[in-house]
Design a protein around this ligand. Structure first.
Ligand code: GSH
Length: 204
């Protein structure tokens, strides 16, 4: 059984969507990083060296970070469905877009949120605007980032676009908005959001 280390009102909430896409049974273990001292359940520190959620444990395997977890679960439980096989021509772009979220989107979102002056040639993520333009270009004539179907690359990028919109960091272009809506309309995304809200309400 997969254990999800989860905290309310955190990035771990989006993990329910992924677990619903995967379709494997899972349980949750609650992390309270807002209390002083924080409450870290058994096994959490081992799974998440930075003590960040989300993290998971799956048998003898434990790891953290949304993108790493997404790739691990897709390769293990939905190969060929949520992740192209290692020898498939789409695998390269799939890896690029799966890790575009932690490598470019998250830092660019921080730049935007903290109003750090852009320095595109020096910052590894370019700039917020360059990061968004690359998504705009990639989505031209495509429903999904790689191939003809949803993969965990879309889970990562579509989910991050959802955050950008939800926290009013920027207005999405019509193409980006349609794509983010397409991702959010997936039954697993809706079921995951409902489960996150339910678990959050349960904690009060
Ligand atoms: N890149 C990471 C970011 C994880 C992250 O920032 N988690 C925050 C909650 S949204 C956290 O665990 N903060 C608690 C802490 O740092 O003590 C991911 O997507 O998994």
């Amino acid at each position: 059984m997969i254990t999800l280390y989860w905290a309310p009102r955190s990035r771990a909430g989006r993990m329910f969507w992924l677990l619903e896409e995967i379709g494997q049974p899972y349980e949750i273990s609650v992390v309270d990083f807002r209390s002083d001292p924080p409450v870290h359940p058994e096994g959490f520190a081992d799974a998440s060296p930075l003590r960040k959620v989300p993290a998971i444990r799956d048998g003898d395997t434990a790891l953290a970070d949304t993108a790493a977890i997404a790739l691990y679960l897709a390769d293990r439980y939905a190969p060929g469905r949520l992740a192209p096989a290692p020898d498939h021509p789409d695998r390269g772009p799939f890896l690029f877009w799966t890790f575009y979220s932690p490598s470019a989107m998250e830092p660019a979102m921080t730049e935007k949120f903290l109003q750090i002056p852009p320095n595109p040639a020096s910052y590894p993520w370019g700039s917020f605007d360059r990061m968004m333009s690359a998504i705009e270009d990639r989505l031209e004539g495509r429903d999904w980032l790689v191939g003809d179907d949803f993969t965990v690359a879309d889970y990562m990028v579509g989910g991050a676009l959802g955050f950008i919109s939800q926290f009013n960091m920027a207005k999405l272009s019509p193409r980006q908005q349609a794509y983010a809506d397409r991702c959010a309309a997936r039954p697993a995304a809706k079921a995951g959001a409902a489960r996150d809200a339910e678990e959050t309400a349960r904690l009060g």
